[in-house]
Every structure is written in structure tokens, then in C-alpha cells.
Ligand binder design. Structure first.
Ligand SMILES: *[C@@H]1O[C@H](CO)[C@@H](O)[C@H](O)[C@H]1NC(C)=O
Length: 329
């Protein structure tokens, strides 16, 4: 039985062997035939490993290398000379997990630069020259766990730039020019646990309230919180950010809650509909009154021409109606 089975499989086996020999023949001389062919196509000058890491560190690259493949897991582009990231800069690298863009000259990142990186877990944009980020820049990065924007020139970070990053645990904003964080910035980051803030000119005013309340809910080691200091206003200079209880913000106007907003938004259409209904009602009442008055006037005009009929006095009008009154007068 076995020999029959084997002999039946033999043509398939020899075909496989033939195929393998052809593949080995195509490999450049010197490589061991046992190396699995999983090395992604390697961009020029970069070094690539079978595990899917592409190392393009410190090569003075002015742009992201072209032809990135689905096999790449880690892409090191740190210490290069990129000043901008165009739309779809990483197209094709849909399985990328880790992207290092530290120490470039990035001044702008297109809002669609990170499109297609739905599996990316770690993004390092530190030590660049970013002053602002477009809305939606990080929106495609739904799997992101760690984001560093440290050492840029951000004076403002719009919540829409970060968007909702449900898995983001670590966010570094240290060494920027931030004086406050927008109230809803932290709302879209439910998993956030590590937030690096030092080295920013925090202004300890009402705008800092959401951040202070977040810091109270996420206590950090003293060594770290001691570095979070206000730079303005003058009477608060060098106060610790964590030293402000919620009571310190009592003088600030309460931000509108969701319920307040719902009331505001509901009030508009409701009052519009109410005024429309009132106008319609008033209009129809006025029209009815006008019609009645016209009828009355024509009735009055008609009356003197006719000889008074003693048998049917005011029979045309209902008794008690306004039309009845002039006929009796
Ligand atoms: C990447 O390449 C650079 C320079 O060739 C090297 O210094 C660095 O250690 C490499 N990084 C990794 C993670 O292999």
C-alpha cells in the first residue's frame, strides 16, 4: 500500500524539488539555500532583516524611500533630512508596527501622510520642527499605543489632530511650546496612562483646568510631577501643576456640559417651530377675523336696500354673533 501511495506522490515530489532547485538557482551566489525568502525588498542604502525591519537610520535621506511593502514591521527613518511627509507617504506598508521619524527636519506632515497604517503601534516624531498638526493627522492610527511629539515647536495641539486613539497609552508632549491643552484633547484618549508634559511654558489659568484634573486622577511619581511648573501668570510662576485642587478653578466659568449643549441645540429648533406655529395660528385667526368682518360689512351694506322684514329679523346671522348686533342697532 505504502509503496503504491509513494509512487503516486512521486511526480508531485519531483515537481517540488524541481521548483525548489529553480528558486535556489535564482538566489545570488553565497547565500545559504536554507534562508527563508522573507526579507522585504530593501530600499537602497538601508539594511534589512528577515524579521521585517528596515533600517534607514542616518542616511541623509530627503524623503521616505519608495516601494515599501506589506512585509515591513519596523521602519527606522531617524536622523535623516526629511522636511515634509506627503499624502500616502507610507503607502503599501500596511502591516507596519513601528515607525521611527526622530531627528529629521519635519516642518509639515500632510493630514493624509499616515493613511493606511491601521496596524501601527508606535510612532516617534520627536526632535523635529513641527509647529502645528492638521486635523485628522493621526486619525487612521487606530492601533497606536505610543506617540512621541517631544522636542518640537508645538504651541497648540488641536484635539482634532489627535482625534480618538482608543489604545494610546503613552503620549509625550515634552519640550514643546504648549501653554495649555484643549479641554477635549484628553477625552479622546481613554487608555492614556503616561503623559509627558515637562519643558512646556504652562500658563496656570482656567485653560489648564482639564489637564490639572487629569493629573489628579493619574498620579505620577513625585520626581516627575516636580518638573511640571507654571511659567505664567506671574503670581503663579513656578507653581506645581499638580498643586492646584479643583477649588482653585472655582472662579473660572464652568464649561458647558453635554446636557447644556443638548439643551442649547434643542432650544433652537424647538423655539423656531414654536414661533412658526404661533405665526400660523395668529395668521389664521387674523384671516378668519378679516373674513368675518368683510362678511359683516357686506351684510350691513346690503341691509338698507332691502325693506325691513319684520317676520325674519336678523335671520341671516346667528343670534349672539357679531353680525346680529348691527341689525338690532
Ligand atoms: C541601524 O543602522 C544604524 C547605522 O547603520 C546603526 O547604528 C543602528 O544600530 C541600527 N539600528 C538597529 C536597531 O539595528
Amino acid at each position: 500500500m505504502q509503496s503504491v501511495f509513494f509512487s503516486r506522490r512521486q511526480p508531485i515530489l519531483s515537481l517540488l524539488l524541481l521548483l525548489l532547485r529553480r528558486i535556489w538557482a535564482q538566489e545570488p551566489a553565497g547565500t545559504a539555500p536554507s534562508t527563508p525568502p522573507v526579507v522585504p525588498e530593501c530600499p537602497e542604502a538601508c539594511t534589512c532583516t528577515p524579521g521585517g525591519m528596515i533600517n534607514c537610520s542616518a542616511l541623509a535621506l530627503p524623503a521616505v524611500p519608495a516601494g515599501l511593502s506589506w512585509r515591513i514591521r519596523v521602519l527606522l527613518l531617524d536622523h535623516n533630512r526629511m522636511s515634509t511627509l506627503p499624502p500616502g507617504a507610507f503607502a503599501g506598508a500596511g502591516a507596519l508596527l513601528c515607525l521611527d521619524l526622530r531627528e529629521n527636519r519635519l516642518q509639515s506632515v500632510h493630514a493624509r501622510a499616515f493613511w493606511g497604517l491601521g496596524m501601527l503601534q508606535s510612532l516617534d516624531l520627536s526632535a523635529n520642527q513641527l509647529e502645528a498638526l492638521s486635523p485628522g493627522t493621526f486619525a487612521p492610527l487606530r492601533a497606536l499605543r505610543s506617540l512621541s511629539l517631544a522636542g518640537n515647536r508645538l504651541a497648540l495641539l488641536e484635539p482634532s489632530a489627535l482625534g480618538a486613539l482608543p489604545l494610546l497609552r503613552a503620549l509625550s508632549l515634552q519640550d514643546n511650546s504648549l501653554s495649555a491643552l484643549a479641554p477635549d484633547l484628553l477625552d479622546g484618549l481613554p487608555a492614556l496612562d503616561m503623559l509627558s508634559l515637562r519643558g512646556n511654558p504652562w500658563a496656570c489659568g482656567c485653560a489648564l483646568r482639564p489637564l490639572c484634573s487629569w493629573l489628579r486622577k493619574h498620579p505620577r511619581p513625585a520626581s516627575e510631577t516636580e518638573t511640571l511648573l507654571c511659567v505664567s501668570p506671574r503670581h503663579q510662576t513656578l507653581s506645581l501643576l499638580t498643586a492646584f485642587p479643583d477649588a482653585a478653578f472655582r472662579h473660572c466659568a464652568q464649561p458647558l456640559t453635554v446636557r447644556d449643549l443638548a439643551v442649547v441645540y434643542a432650544l433652537g429648533p424647538v423655539s423656531f417651530l414654536a414661533s412658526l406655529a404661533t405665526c400660523l395660528a395668529l395668521g389664521s385667526v387674523l384671516t378668519a377675523c378679516g373674513a368675518r368682518r368683510r362678511r359683516l360689512r357686506s351684510a350691513v351694506r346690503r341691509l338698507p336696500r332691502r325693506p325691513p322684514d319684520p317676520e325674519t329679523p336678523a335671520s341671516l346671522a346667528d343670534p349672539g354673533s357679531p353680525a346680529a348686533a348691527p341689525t338690532q342697532a
